[in-house]
Design a protein around this ligand. Structure first.
Ligand SMILES: C[S@@+](CC[C@H](N)C(=O)[O-])C[C@H]1O[C@@H](n2cnc3c(N)ncnc32)[C@H](O)[C@@H]1O
Length: 288
């Protein structure tokens, strides 16, 4: 049984992916909406702490043997500034790697966007893992291979004291979008004519019969182009609801948001989140 620190915990995707493989000793995130959503769904609030300044003794006190982390991806994003370790959003990651030699876990799994591989942050992590005797695998995976009609290519760095071997990616046929839609649709999701007139040509449109959708990003609640797919129905063109995006990410059916979390913030949390079956596959490399 792993005893994990869930760092940059967001909605708690790592906790869901972990399942019976272990328990979360402590979760950390600075974002209030993320922490309220985590507490509602998992019954335990994360520590609302800035990881860029977290003291060694606080992390050490949890007696964890595994780090599960999804540091901010903007420094490594196609649309970000590629600032890598120099980006201010990498401060917490840098701090955690500075503490690493004092806390060396038995296992670590990091998730990020494709641009992380080959970055200075990746090189620093690889150096720390090597220096402290951990084996490492760099993996790339997308939920479209796991039966989900959604593209969300991500990389995982999996590390362990035990030797690691990459597992083949599943090749499950993608299910129809129809299976992920709400029984009753919300009329407020339909895009007004003025928005369609401005953005229609840039929208990625899918129908309920399709077996694909593009990656839903944090800005999906506010942006139209390159932010995720839109659904064409006989009634018009609409956004996917937050529960539909949650299903496409593989979150459990009962996943909920606290009432006080506004709609844009819900999309943002989902857009930052993990595809649960893909994260579980990454964790499965630590089995055995
Ligand atoms: C990519 S998201 C992680 C998503 C998460 N894996 C999930 O399943 O939802 C990054 C998270 O890190 C948090 N975060 C960013 N910088 C932080 C920092 N310096 N200290 C603590 N949390 C931070 C953000 O609030 C955000 O929720």
């Amino acid at each position: 049984m792993m005893r994990a620190l869930e760092l940059f915990s967001g909605l708690g995707g790592w906790r869901l992916a972990l399942g019976g493989r272990g328990e979360v000793a402590a979760a950390y995130d600075v974002n209030q909406a993320a922490n309220a959503t985590y507490a509602l769904n998992h019954g335990e609030a994360p520590r609302a702490r800035e990881l860029a300044t977290i003291p060694l003794r606080e992390l050490a006190a949890h007696g964890a043997d595994t780090w599960l982390l999804s540091p901010p991806c903007q420094p490594f994003c196609r649309m970000g500034n590629h600032g890598g370790l120099d980006d201010r959003r990498s401060r917490a990651f840098r701090h955690l790697l500075a503490l690493f030699p004092e806390l060396v876990p038995d296992r670590l799994v990091l998730e990020n966007v494709g641009g992380f591989l080959g970055s200075d942050a990746h090189a620093l992590l690889a150096e720390r893992l090597r220096a402290h005797g951990l084996h490492r695998l760099d993996l790339e995976a997308c939920p479209s291979r796991f039966g989900l009609p959604n593209q969300r290519p991500r990389v995982f760095v999996v590390a362990s004291r035990r030797p690691l071997k990459a597992r083949p990616l599943p090749e499950l046929p993608a299910r129809r979008i129809a299976e992920f839609l709400d029984v009753e649709e919300d009329a407020a999701l339909y895009l007004p004519e003025a928005i369609l007139a401005r953005h229609r040509r840039g929208l990625d449109l899918v129908t309920a019969d399709d077996r694909r959708s593009t990656c839903f990003i944090g800005g999906y609640g506010q942006r139209y182009v390159a932010s995720g797919s839109f659904l064409r129905t006989p009634q018009g063109i609409r956004r996917f609801s937050t529960s539909e995006v949650a299903r496409l990410l593989g979150l459990p059916e009962g996943f909920r948001f606290p009432e006080e979390v506004p709609l844009e913030a819900r999309y943002k949390l989902l857009g930052n989140g993990l595809s649960i079956p893909v994260a579980a596959w990454a964790l499965s490399h630590l089995d055995g």
